[in-house]
Design a protein around this ligand. Structure first.
Ligand code: UDP
Length: 362
C-alpha cells in the first residue's frame, strides 16, 4: 500500500510523527507499505515547522509545495493546484490527512477528484462554529473521506448522524497523545527557565492565536492587561504565535507578569506545560495535552470541538470575555482544580491502530 501523508502546519507535524513511526514498524515486520510525505508549506517559519521535524525525527518531506501564506481562498487554491500536479506525478493508493487546516481540506478534495481514497485522522469532531475556518475544513473533509479515524465516541456519533458508513468509522484514540507518550521522557526546560526564575507551578502558560481573540489590537491589549492582573504571585509565560506577534508589533506594551517568548519547540513546550500551574489558551490541541498531563486548562473560546476534554474535567470553556475569565479563574484559585481523568483510548496506541486497520482494508 502506497500512502501519501499530508502535513502543512504545526499541529499536523505533531500528529503525523507517530503515524510515520507506526508505518516504519509495519515495514520492519514485513508489511508491504510505503509512504510519501508531502509538506504543503502552509507553515514555513523555523519555529513552526523545521524544529518539529528535527525534534520529532520526522523524515525530510519528499516534496515541499511551498504555498506559504495568503487569504483563505488563495492558500486553499494554491495547495490544490500544487498538490494536483504532485499527485498526478506520484500516484498512490491512499491520501492520509490529519486535523483541520487548509491543507487537510484542499488535499482531500484533490485526492478524491483524482479517484484516490482519503483517510482522515481526527475525523468527526465539530464545534458547530462556522466562523472558524477549521470547522469548514472539518465538514468538507469529512464529506468526502473514505476512512474516518476518530478520537472520541462523540466524534464517531457525529459522523453516524451525517450518514457516514459505520464500517469505515474507527474510534482509535488520539495521535497527538501518541506523540506525547513517545516523547515525554525527552522533554526539557528551555534556556530561559532559570533566567525568568521559573519553577514548578509558579507560572501560567498563555497561548492565543485565533482570529476572534487576536485580530482586533485594542481588545487583545485589554484582554492581555486583564490576564496580567489575574494573579499576583505567578508569572504568565506567553509563547507568542507569529500571527499574534504581527498584530502586537506596533504596540508599546508593558506588563508586570506576562513574559513574551518565541513559539517553543515541542520538547520545551511540553516541559513548560507539564510544570505549569494552569494554561490559558485558544488552542484545541493544547487542551488535549493538558487533559493527559492533568493541568487545568481554560479555553478562551465559546465552544470546543473536543467536548471530552471538558466533560472529563480538565478543560473549562471560558468564552472570550475578560469578565468571564476573571470570574472562572477566580473560582479556580479559590476552590482548586476540578477532578479530571484521561479519555478512553488516549493511550499512545492510536497510530498503531490506524495503520493496522488501513492494511486490513487493502
Ligand atoms: N505547541 C508547541 N509550541 C508552542 C505552542 C504550541 O509545540 O509554542 C504545540 C502544542 O503543544 C500543540 C500544538 O502545537 O501540540 C497546537 O498547535 P496550535 O495551537 O497551533 O493548533 P491548534 O491546536 O489550535 O489547532
Amino acid at each position: 500500500m502506497k500512502i501519501t501523508i499530508i502535513a502543512g502546519a504545526r499541529p499536523n507535524f505533531i500528529k503525523i510523527a507517530p503515524i510515520i513511526n507506526a508505518i516504519k514498524r509495519k515495514q520492519n515486520e514485513g508489511f508491504d507499505v510505503s509512504f510519501r510525505l508531502v509538506h504543503t508549506g502552509q507553515h514555513y517559519d523555523k519555529n513552526l515547522s523545521d524544529t518539529f521535524f528535527e525534534e520529532l525525527n520526522i523524515p525530510k518531506p519528499s516534496v515541499n509545495l511551498e504555498v506559504k501564506s495568503g487569504s483563505q481562498a488563495e492558500q486553499t487554491a494554491a495547495i490544490m493546484i500544487a498538490f494536483e500536479k504532485e499527485l498526478i506525478q506520484n500516484p498512490c493508493d491512499l491520501v492520509l490527512v490529519v486535523g483541520d487546516v487548509n491543507s487537510t481540506m484542499a488535499c482531500s478534495i484533490v485526492a478524491k477528484k483524482c479517484n484516490t481514497k482519503v483517510a482522515h485522522v481526527e475525523a468527526g469532531i465539530r464545534s458547530g462554529d462556522l466562523t472558524m475556518p477549521e470547522e469548514i475544513n472539518r465538514m468538507l473533509t469529512d464529506s468526502i473521506t473514505d476512512y474516518f479515524f476518530t478520537t472520541s465516541t462523540s466524534a464517531s456519533e457525529n459522523l453516524l448522524k451525517l450518514g457516514s458508513d459505520p464500517e469505515n468509522i474507527h474510534f482509535v484514540g488520539n495521535v497527538m497523545i501518541d506523540t506525547l507518550y513517545q516523547n515525554i521522557n525527552r522533554i526539557s526546560a528551555p534556556d530561559f527557565w532559570k533566567e525568568h526564575l521559573l519553577n514548578e507551578k509558579n507560572y501560567i502558560i498563555l497561548t492565543l492565536h485565533r482570529p476572534g481573540n487576536v485580530d482586533e489590537v485594542s481588545s487583545l491589549l485589554e484582554l492581555l492587561h486583564g490576564i496580567d492582573n489575574l494573579v499576583t504571585d505567578k508569572k504568565i509565560l506567553f509563547p507568542i504565535h507569529p500571527r499574534t506577534q504581527a498584530i502586537l508589533s506596533e504596540s508599546d506594551i508593558k506588563f508586570k507578569n506576562i513574559i513574551f517568548v518565541a513559539p517553543q519547540g515541542y520538547l520545551n513546550f511540553m516541559y513548560l506545560i507539564k510544570n505549569s500551574f494552569a494554561v490559558i489558551t485558544d488552542s484545541g490541541g493544547i487542551s488535549e495535552e493538558t487533559t493527559v498531563m492533568g493541568i487545568p486548562c481554560f479555553t478562551m473560546r465559546n465552544n470546543t470541538e473536543r467536548p471530552e476534554t471538558e466533560t472529563i474535567g480538565s478543560n473549562t470553556i471560558v468564552g472570550t470575555s475578560l469578565e468571564n475569565l476573571q470570574k472562572i479563574f477566580g473560582m479556580f484559585l479559590k476552590n482548586g482544580p476540578r477532578k479530571s481523568g484521561i479519555p478512553e483510548l488516549w493511550d499512545g496506541k492510536a497510530s498503531e491502530r490506524i495503520i493496522s486497520i488501513l492494511l486490513d482494508k487493502k
